[in-house]
Structures are given as structure tokens and as C-alpha cells.
Design a protein around this ligand. Structure first.
Ligand code: MN
Ligand code: MN
Length: 365
């Protein structure tokens, strides 16, 4: 964690910024190792170029924050106190006459910004959101290890899901089975709401699992992820139950070909746009271009959706340490929906996948 705080300090020095206030709970966790959901209350991480940072949390969280990975001061406020008055006093104990103040313009609400304006009326407010995004792009070995662990749990979740498929079981029952088994094994949180879509329901890329029951010869799409030590995983497999139609099998083979070709092309120096193009060309040449309705992939880390975006025309250059998904899909209404997704980290000359579940077109019964 200290490495990240040091980089933040370095940025403050370079940009001659006197103070930064980070209040997105995800970003507080990224720099401090302390994760919480303060709901409508405010939490903040405040850092300076030449002094120690501090955490500011509701009083009821102070103990938890002090017992986390965070090794600097933690200040609290009670529900009947004004958090902004306390936080501004604490900041003014360290710096006097602040004139350059960094905030997360992509996250701080107007109401909160107005409070800062009130207490720091002569300050200039600059944006740190883009710098944070940029820092999060390259993962260090500790973060990658956490994501490897999260990937193993995602494989485990798929295994539980595949084993629970039988004729007549509903999508939501399969979701319940996966999450129950994981919770019993100590997993506290999924990366997002687990998705299980059976048959033609899978033709909706963001469908919501419901009471639809699995029938013989259905394909069942699973998209899920597990949070492990603050880091996420994300994987999609389309399980085969019986013998799907010839067109469904064709769609599956095209998606798999696009998935494999894109992964084989990942290496430092290639652009995000080139990766998208490799997968999209394969799908388009087979006549399904109009049915691949989303970008090829997205970055992930402590958040399940982060930069980079692996999309058409992006000139972003892929570098060692970046982590992202490759997830081509074809969704033909009333016929079939297939997506195959793995997340990976970029190595010196290629990439390694976080998830290992087979992608072969193989019936599970
Ligand atoms: Mn994804
Ligand atoms: Mn996914």
C-alpha cells in the first residue's frame, strides 16, 4: 500500500498541489487498504506532499480503520457533528492557506464540493480522477496475486454452477446454490450480481436471472465473479446441457475462435483497438457482426470495471501489468446467446489467464 501512497505524494509534489481529498470508497480502499461502505455518511483519505496522510471516517468505523492495513492517523466524527468543519480543521493544522486542492471531480457531489468551497474559499480545485485511473492501470505483483486467488474462486463458482444444472431447475435456484456454497466457504462478496441465463434468455447480454427453468438441449450462460482480499474476478462460460441446435453450436464455435485469437494477440505494444478488431473481424466474417453488440473487454482490479476499455479504435497501448477481460459474444434473439470471458494480466511477452475453466464445446451430461 505504501508504494501507492508514495506515488500519490510524488504526484502532489510534481503538480505543486497542497492537499488531496479522496472520497470514493473504492479509491480510499485502493490507497489505504481500508474498505467500507459509509452509505450516506462521508469518509475521506486526505494526503499531503510533505506530511503524513490521514483517514477520516464516521466514529463508528474508527476502530475498524485503525485495525486495518492503514498505519497512519484515523479521525472520526459523530452523527451530530459537522464532518466538514472537523475535516477542514484537521487539514488546516497541517497546511495553512491552501491554494491548490485536488478532488475527484468524477465522484465528489456538488453538495460536498460546495462545503469545501465554503471552508477553503481561496483555494483552486483541480481534478485527480484521471490520475487515479492511470495509476490503477498497472497492477503490482501483490495485486496480481490477489486477482489470481479471486480467479480460482470464480472457477470454483462455475464448477458449483455446472454441477447444479439439471432439468427443471430455475436460473435463480442455480444462482442461490452457487452463492450459498461460496458463503459457506468464507466468501463474503461477489464482484457483481451473479448471472445465470438459460436457453434463448442468454441472448440478452445483461439479462436478469429469473424463474426460467433449464430444459434439455439448452445452453446456460454463467457470468460471475468473486471478490478476494479486495480484488475482483470476472468470468463467463456457456455450459452445454444435452445437444443444442446446429446454429447454436456454430455460434459457440465462432465466439470461441474470436476469444482464442484475441488472447493469443495480447502482448505489450499491441493496442486495445487492435485486440477488439481481431475478435470482431472473425465474428463479422462469419456473418454475426451485428450481433456482437459490446466492446471486447474492460479492465478490472479492486473494481470489476476499470480502465482500460478494450474497444474499437482505442489507441491505448497495452503494457505489462495491465489486467483486463476478453469477452466476445454473439446474441441472436430467439436463437442463442453465447459469451466466453476470461480475465488476464499482461506479462513481459504475452499474458496469463486468471481463470482456467475449459472453454471446449462439451455437454455437461
Ligand atoms: Mn466482464
Ligand atoms: Mn463478466
Amino acid at each position: 500500500m505504501n508504494k501507492k501512497l508514495n506515488e500519490l505524494k510524488k504526484w502532489l509534489k510534481e503538480t505543486k498541489t497542497d492537499c488531496v481529498l479522496i472520497n470514493d470508497p473504492e479509491n480510499i480502499a485502493y490507497y489505504s487498504g481500508y474498505k467500507s461502505d459509509p452509505h450516506e455518511r462521508i469518509s475521506a483519505l486526505v494526503a499531503f506532499p510533505f506530511a503524513d496522510p490521514f483517514l477520516f471516517t464516521p466514529s463508528l468505523e474508527v476502530n475498524d480503520a485503525e485495525n486495518s492495513e492503514w498505519s497512519f492517523s484515523v479521525y472520526g466524527y459523530l452523527d451530530n457533528e459537522s464532518p466538514w468543519s472537523i475535516i477542514s480543521t484537521k487539514i488546516q493544522e497541517i497546511i495553512v492557506g491552501t491554494n491548490r486542492f485536488a478532488i475527484e471531480k468524477a465522484f465528489l457531489t456538488v453538495e460536498r464540493y460546495e462545503m469545501l468551497l465554503y471552508f477553503f474559499e481561496n483555494s483552486q480545485f483541480i481534478n485527480i480522477s484521471e490520475k487515479i485511473q492511470e495509476m490503477k492501470l498497472i497492477k503490482n505483483p501483490d495485486e496480481i496475486n490477489r486477482m489470481i486467488e479471486a480467479g480460482k474462486w470464480a472457477d470454483k463458482a462455475l464448477e458449483i454452477g455446472f454441477n447444479s444444472i439439471k432439468e427443471g431447475i430455475s436460473e435463480e435456484e442455480i444462482v442461490a446454490e452457487i452463492e450459498y456454497q461460496l458463503k459457506k466457504q468464507g466468501i463474503k462478496e461477489m464482484s457483481f450480481e451473479t448471472m445465470v441465463l438459460a436457453g434463448d434468455h442468454a441472448a440478452s447480454p445483461h439479462g436478469i436471472p429469473g424463474s426460467r427453468k433449464v430444459k434439455k438441449n439448452d445452453m446456460v450462460l454463467f457470468d460471475l465473479g468473486v471478490v478476494c482480499n479486495g480484488y475482483t474476478s470476472d468470468v463467463t462460460r456457456t455450459a452445454i446441457f444435452g445437444k443444442p441446435s446446429i446454429e447454436a453450436e456454430k455460434i459457440y464455435s465462432v465466439v470461441l475462435k474470436a476469444h482464442q485469437a484475441a488472447i493469443a494477440a495480447v502482448e505489450p505494444g499491441v493496442t486495445a483497438g487492435q485486440l477488439d478488431e481481431i475478435a470482431r473481424d472473425i465474428i463479422t466474417k462469419e456473418g454475426y457482426g451485428d450481433y456482437f453488440t459490446h466492446r471486447l473487454g474492460h479492465g478490472l482490479g479492486s473494481n470489476v470495471h476499470e480502465h482500460p476499455s478494450i474497444m474499437k479504435d482505442s489507441e491505448l497501448i497495452i503494457k505489462e501489468g495491465m489486467c483486463f477481460s476478453i469477452e466476445p459474444g454473439i446474441y441472436v434473439p430467439e436463437v442463442a446467446g453465447v459469451r466466453i470471458e476470461d480475465c488476464l494480466y499482461v506479462t513481459k511477452n504475452g499474458c496469463e489467464l486468471f481463470t482456467k475453466t475449459s472453454t471446449a464445446f462439451q455437454s455437461i451430461i
